[in-house]
Design a protein around this ligand. Structure first.
Ligand SMILES: Cc1ncc(COP(=O)(O)O)c(C=O)c1O
Length: 400
């Protein structure tokens, strides 16, 4: 009998964190590496948010709090949902956790049993299938394609649902593809889910504010209010307010689910950091001008990266609606040999050779459930992006 839990054998460590670690190691060894693997804004947290945290410390708001959020933060979250999404949630329908990741983790752990299925469109955020597997349930992956803009069709979604399906996970705008569903596209999906009375939807809206070219964000319950009784709408301050290290995420759903999630949280982390909760109150309730300013910077970077990647032989990069990722195809490089003599048989070979020969760290698409692609995070300086894309162009031009 081994010492480690059997459940650990069912999951993989995060591929995105592994790439960032490898890039850091190479840098420490003196290599010139540009890391495009990390999923966090390079901007600093806004000053008003920092000040709110400092105030909280000075005022002694440094003790345990309610398990799933201080009343002030729940009120700020409810106001955010009302203001931005036209959704009406009461405090007992809101759960605050240590990052959006804990909210997702709690929801899945609190509801899944062995035999249950969770439908996840691919490419997906790496943690979804792993948390489902940790809970002993079965991820059911529905692949999308470059041609469909990495969006799942209502027909494919309907086909994936069985009598065992407990959740469908939607993530728009998506990590890793940046794809976001328009109102019409989302309505077609919520129609499918609404038609299966026992299926719940877990919508990960963490990139809500990072949409470009006038795209209008929508969330499933806003489009289909009938789903409110079987939906968890998840969001957080990490991406919109450049607060990844503060670890505050939240979700809204039926009180029964929120209560179950709090029970789990009470036996793990107790409550999210009191100081971070006060900072999040300010992020959600204070001035919001930070958001469109940053979104405009991200849009310019997206356009730069898409244009430069499409000039690289063998790559094809669609222009996504949101988030800060692009997900180009490297199908045209498969079967070729690099200038350094490495044969490219897969997207993983592509990213490994790119890191070794040109010092550019990106993540292979197969880590997100779809090959042969790779993900670039453009949440870094324009100079670094220009240099990285120049190196990618050189790498691709050198393939034989
Ligand atoms: C799609 C998606 N959901 C959720 C998260 C979790 O965010 P956090 O736990 O920082 O709130 C991330 C972070 O990378 C993400 O990309």
């Amino acid at each position: 009998m081994g010492f480690l839990a059997d459940s650990l054998a069912r999951i993989k460590p995060s591929a995105t964190i592994a790439v960032s670690d490898k890039a850091r190691q190479l840098k420490a060894a003196g290599r010139d590496v540009i890391g495009l693997g990390a999923g966090e804004p390079d901007f600093d947290t806004p000053d008003n948010v920092k000040e709110a945290a400092i105030r909280a410390i000075r005022e002694g708001k440094t003790k345990y709090t309610n398990v799933d959020g201080i009343p002030e933060l729940k009120a700020a979250v409810a106001a955010k949902f009302a203001r931005e999404n036209h959704l009406d949630y009461k405090p007992e329908e809101i759960s605050v956790g240590t990052g959006g990741k804990q909210v997702l983790f709690n929801a899945l752990m609190a509801t899944l049993n062995p035999g249950d299925e969770v439908v996840i469109p691919a490419p997906y955020w790496v943690s979804y299938p792993e948390i489902v597997a940790l809970a002993g349930a079965t991820p059911v992956i529905v692949e999308t394609s470059l041609e469909s803009g990495f969006k799942v069709s209502p027909e494919a979604l309907d086909k994936a649902v069985t009598g065992n399906t407990k959740w469908v996970i939607l993530n728009s705008p998506s990590n890793p593809s940046g794809a976001a569903y328009s109102r019409e596209e989302m309505k077609a999906l919520t129609d499918v889910i609404a038609g299966h009375a026992n299926v719940w939807v877990l919508t990960d809206d963490i990139y809500e504010h990072l949409v470009y070219d006038g795209f209008v964000f929508t969330t499933p319950v806003e489009i289909e209010p009938a789903l409110k009784d079987r939906a968890l709408t998840m969001n957080g301050v990490s991406k919109a307010y450049a607060m990844t290290g503060w670890r505050i995420g939240y979700g809204a759903g039926p009180a029964m689910l929120v209560k179950a999630m709090a029970k789990l949280q009470s036996q793990s982390t107790t409550n999210p950091s009191s100081i971070s909760q006060w900072a999040a109150v300010e992020a959600l309730s204070g001035p919001q001008d930070f958001i469109p300013r940053n979104a405009e910077v991200f849009r310019q970077r997206r356009d730069l990266v898409v244009s430069m990647l499409n000039q690289a032989p063998g790559l094809s990069c669609p222009r996504p609606e949101g988030a800060f990722y692009v997900f180009p195809s490297c199908a045209g490089t498969i079967g070729k040999t690099t200038a350094g003599g490495k044969m490219i048989g897969s997207d993983e070979d592509f990213v490994t050779a790119l890191l070794e020969e040109e010092g550019v760290a990106v993540v292979h698409g197969s880590a997100f459930g779809l090959a042969p692609f790779f993900r670039i995070s453009y949440a870094t300086s324009t100079e670094a992006l220009t240099e990285a894309c120049t190196r990618i162009q050189r790498f691709c031009a050198g393939l034989r």
